[in-house]
Design a protein around this ligand. Structure first.
Ligand code: SF4
Length: 459
């Protein structure tokens, strides 16, 4: 409810007669990575058609998908930050330029957008959106290189930040991951009904499961894959355009990714369960029940329960169908807002000592309201256990987190946070514990970004 929000999902399908439909189902599987808008661009070899709009995948494509006919498509789900003009910012972005037509979709966040944009504007470029992604279109259009591949490489060498891009031209599909590999991007393969091969790239492998694609490998940090046709089969060329300096987002395991995905070549479910197991070893708490905050705390709570032998119960029920709320900013109304989504089961909780597991604490306000509701439901003691270290710094690499001033762990001690949220005890997974959960004993010797936990930014 107050966890950081992933900004986007991308997908690309090459050499399938159902490329737009496969993109649609992939975007549906990755709806959790962005619910504000969705879009698909499809090439039939001569033209690129785009259908996009605000809303959930099923709403955006309730009509018109059948008009996206062609063997190659890219798609995008977007989570937009408040205050931005969402209509202009829906992706993929499409443009005509000197080499023909191009569509782009982006997961991530560029850190030198302003500087690049000012230079482009001084050269005469006109922008239609707030998107950092639009810079790329202009850099490609202004390049003097003869081939799109070289134009993309030249454009990427002028930008800095986190990106997993998919580019669609009329005849090819390109997939690129930044040299740090902040955001995930995986490669899968499909066998078409006539026996020919198709390729798919997607932010998460849960998309592959839905469309029967076989996971091949991750796109490497700094690598570009160029998909083209050879004898009716899809083939790809790999170009390592930048030396890899891996800094994969460790928060993907904490919260963003679906538990049925393989991210950075690891099963998210197993990692999340390990977090609970390690939490139970780090904090031996006496209690009657382990209760998750659904859905994000469920798997860590299973791990905690199995390790501690304290029974697991779904003591809080989540309502998934929250529409617009009409909430006044009074204390009772704020509680109503939480209860609309999360409702405790009195028969389970009344007169019990409980361990409540959540994925993270950002502002602390939602945790405070959940604990208040649990107390009113009759819980005797409430031990809040968080399956990640303290979030002390914002993210600049494609995740929407509040400013430092609003991050409760940046401004308060653990004891002050405990007092603020009203728990009897408060515990966070150690950074070492988080690394152990992903199978790594050394927090410094591997390729993960953990800047929101330790302020060690690379860009
Ligand atoms: S700062 Fe945090 S959320 Fe952002 S990329 Fe790094 S680990 Fe992920």
């Amino acid at each position: 409810m107050e966890s950081p929000k992933e900004k986007c999902a991308v997908v690309g399908v090459f050499n399938s007669p159902y490329s737009a439909v496969l993109c649609y189902y992939s975007l549906f599987a990755m709806q959790h990575r962005g619910q504000e808008s969705s879009g698909i661009s499809t090439s039939n070899g001569l033209d690129i058609q785009t259908l996009k709009g605000e809303g959930l995948v099923t709403n955006v494509f309730s009509t018109g998908l059948e008009k996206l006919i062609g063997n190659a498509s890219i798609g995008h789900n977007r989570y937009s930050t408040a205050g931005e003009d969402s209509k202009c910012d829906v992706q993929p972005i499409f443009a005509r330029y000197s080499l023909g037509q191009i569509a782009i979709a982006h997961n991530g966040n560029l850190v030198n957008t302003k500087k690049v944009r000012e230079k482009l504007i001084s050269n005469g470029a006109i922008f239609q959106s707030h998107l950092d992604t639009e810079n790329i279109i202009h850099l490609i259009a202004q390049s003097k290189k003869d081939k799109l591949k070289d134009r993309i490489i030249e454009a990427l060498s002028q930008i800095k930040g986190a990106y997993s891009f998919v580019f669609l031209s009329r005849g090819k599909l390109f997939a690129v991951r930044d040299e740090y590999g902040f955001r995930p991007l995986s490669l899968g393969k499909i066998t078409n009904e006539d026996g020919s091969s198709a390729y798919v790239v997607a932010s998460e492998t849960c998309a592959f499961d839905l469309i029967n694609a076989k996971y091949i490998r991750d796109v490497n940090p700094g690598e570009m894959l160029i998909f083209s046709l050879k004898d009716d089969n899809a083939t790809f060329e790999s170009v390592q355009i930048f030396p890899p300096k891996p800094k994969k987002c460790i928060f993907e395991f904490v919260y963003f990714s679906r538990p049925d995905s393989f991210v950075f070549n690891k099963c998210v479910y197993e990692v999340r369960k390990n977090m609970g197991i390690i939490l139970a070893k780090e904090y031996k708490i006496q209690a009657d029940l382990v209760i998750p905050v659904p859905d994000s705390g469920v798997i860590a709570a299973i791990g905690y329960s199995q390790e501690s032998k304290i029974p697991f119960e779904m003591g809080i029920v989540r309502n998934h169908y929250i529409g617009r709320t009409f909430i006044e900013p009074t204390q009772s109304m704020r509680e109503l807002k939480v209860k609309l989504k999360l409702n405790p089961i009195k028969a389970l909780i009344n007169n019990k000592d409980i361990i409540v597991i959540d994925d993270s604490i950002v502002r602390g306000t939602t945790s405070k309201q959940i604990i208040s509701i649990l107390r009113k439901t009759g819980a005797k003691k409430i031990h809040l256990v968080i399956a990640s270290p303290q979030t002390i710094a914002p993210c600049y690499y494609g995740v929407d987190t509040p400013d430092t001033s609003q991050l409760i762990s940046a401004t308060k001690s653990i004891e002050e946070i405990r007092e603020f949220v009203g728990a009897d005890s408060l515990s966070f997974l150690s950074l070492e514990g988080l690394y152990k959960s992903i199978g790594n004993d050394d927090v410094n010797a591997d390729g993960y970004c953990k800047a929101c936990f330790d302020k060690q930014y690379v860009l």
